[in-house]
Design a binder for this molecule. Sequence first.
Ligand code: KIV
Ligand code: ZN
Length: 520
Amino acid sequence: MTGDQIIIFDTTLRDGEQSPGCSMNTKEKLEVANALVELGVDVIEAGFPIASPGDFEAVKLVAERFGDRSTICGLARSRPDDIAKAKGALESAEKRRIHVFLATSAIHREHKLKMDKDEIIRRAVESVKDAKEFCDDIEFSPEDAARTELDFLCEVVERTIEAGATTVNIPDTVGYATPNHYFKVIRTLKENVSNIEQAVISTHCHNDLGLVVANSLSAIEAGARQVECTINGLGERAGNAALEEVVMALRTRADYYGVHTKINTERLFPTSRLVSNITGMKVQRNKAIVGQNAFAHEAGIHQHGILQERSTYEIMRPEDVGYSGQNLVLGKHSGRHAFRDRVRELGFDLDDDAMQRAFDDFIVLADKKKEVYDSDIIALIDSRMVDAPDRWKLVSFHTSAGSSAIPTATLELQCDEAPVSCDAAIGDGPIDAVFRALERVIDLPARLEDFSVRSISQGKDAMGEVRVTINVMGRHYLGKGVSTDIIEAAARSYLQALNKADADRQSGGGDDAVEPPPQP
Ligand code: KIV
Ligand code: ZN
C-alpha cells in the first residue's frame, strides 16, 4: 500500500439525499448503507437526525445494523437539540461520530446567523464539547469555509480542535473554490493552526463550477486525509465529489499522490447502479468510471492499440471497477448454471429464490429476444430488487391506438387472493390510457411528475426501461419497469409506483414515500 490512508467519508445518505428528487425511504437507505459497507467506506454519514422522524429512524437503523463495520455519523447544527437527537440515533453504533456544523463566512454570519465572530466561536466550542460527552469521534465543519477569512478560519479550527474535534472538515459549501485556492486554504490551516496535528483535515466540496473532484484532490495534496464524497456525485445542487472518481484518481495516480484508500474498487460499478436505481437519478453514459461508455473504445486506432496492449489506451482496467460492459452472453439455450455463473460475475449475490425468479425472467426474455446482453440481465435483476410491496399484480393488458383511433387500454390486475379486477380507460396515447386504467382499478389518483424511457442494450429487440415518478397526495413515489414492449414497461413502472403509494394508504401513512427532509 502506498503512503497514508485516505479516509473515505460517504455522505450519499445525507448530502446525496439532498439532491432534488433523490430522497430515499428507510428500506432504501438500509440497502445503500449495506452496499457502502461492502464497498469498504470508512465513515457513513447516515443522515441528519433532527430533520424528520424518518431521518432519525434511518440513522438509528443504520447505526444498529452496520455500526460495527463502518463508523456511522449523524449530522447536527451547533444546537443542543440537534446534538441530543444525533446522540439518540447513534446510541447503538459501536463506531460512531457526531458531525457538528456552524457557518463561519462573513456572508453567513451577517445575513443568516446574525452572529459576530466571538459568538460563532463560543457556539462552535460549546457544541463540540456537548457532542464530545457522547463519543470521542467528533467532526466539526465551519460551513462555507472556502469563503471564510483565512485568519478567522484558522482561529475556529484551532478552538474546535482544542474543544475536542478529531476531524476538521473544510466545506466549500457553495462550490466557489478552485484547485489552487483550495490548496492554499488547506495549506494555511496546516501551517498556522498550532494543534492541527491532533485532528484529521477533511475536504467537502460541491460541484457548482465543475471542479469538485479537482478541488478534493488538491486538498489531499495540501495535506487533507479525509474526503467527503457521494456515489455518482449526488448532492445538493450540482452535487458532491463522486466517490468513484476520487478513489480511482488516487489509485490510478498512486505514483503522484502517494496515498491509498481501503475501497474495494470492484464494488464501484454495482454500487453506482444500485444508487441510480434507488434514487432514479440516471448516470450519464460518458460519466467517468461508472458511465456505460467509460470503457468503450470507438476509434479504430484505439481498438487496434488495445488489442496489441491494453495500456496503450486504458489507464484503468474495467474489471477493477466492476464494470461488465455490454457483452453478448447468453441465449435461449444457455442453461441454469451458465446463467447463475454470469449473474455472480456481474456482482449479484442472490439467494435461491431470487436466483430462480431471475432465471424465470431470463427464460421469458430469451424467448422474445435472440441475444441477451449483460445489461439486459442487470436490468431484469435490478427491476426485481427495487423494494416494491407488489400487492397488485399485472395479469394482462391490451391497448389500441393509431392515427385515427381513440387510444384505449383495458387491463386485468390481481390483488392478493381477490378475484381478478379489470377496467378500461382512454387517454392521450396508449401509455396514458394504461396509466389511467391502472389508477381506476387501484382507485388511487396520481399525478405523473417524471417519465423517461431508455434502451437497455442494442438492436430493435432491445429491452426498454421506463422510470416514472408520481405524486400521490403530495408524496413522491418512484417506479421502474423493463420489457421488450415499452407499453408493458411503462405499465409495470407505473404499477410499481402505485403499489408503493397503496402500501402507504393501507398503513395509514408510513415512510415508504420519499419526502425531502429540511436542508441543513
Ligand atoms: O456543504 C456543506 O457545507 C455541508 C455541511 C453540512 C458540511 O454539507
Ligand atoms: Zn455539502
